[in-house]
Write a protein that binds this ligand. Structure first.
Ligand code: FES
Length: 111
């Protein structure tokens, strides 16, 4: 199992869940009630599934595709360790992954 930790903007752990390898991070987040809309259901057309990873977890992931990078360019509050959670599948090797939901994730006027 992989441990997925959801962090607040200032790094507090909001919740911690276990997920099976092969699970998609967006699905795990939604099942846990995190405010990620995932409007396009993984078609890389919306960026409402944008999350920010801790640097060491970002390094565990395969590189983002060009389509994902292009979509991240449009995401609010994107950072160097931003990813689209619909493009992240958990693996046994990850062991744990810490994820921040960006500010204003479900509030379009959020800053
Ligand atoms: Fe739309 Fe991920 S769900 S880009």
């Amino acid at each position: 199992m992989t441990i997925v930790r959801f962090l607040s903007a200032n790094g507090d752990v909001l919740s911690e869940v276990e997920a099976a390898p092969g699970a998609r991070l967006l699905d795990v987040a939604q099942a846990d009630g995190q405010p990620l809309e995932g409007t396009c259901e993984g078609q890389m057309a919306c960026s409402t599934c944008h999350v920010i990873l801790e640097a060491e977890d970002f390094a565990k992931l395969p590189r983002a595709s060009e389509e994902e990078e292009d979509m991240l360019d449009l995401a609010m509050h994107a950072t160097r360790t931003s990813r689209l959670s619909c493009q992240i599948w958990l693996t046994e090797e990850m062991e744990s992954i810490s994820v921040r939901v960006p500010p204003g994730a479900h509030n379009m006027q959020g800053r």
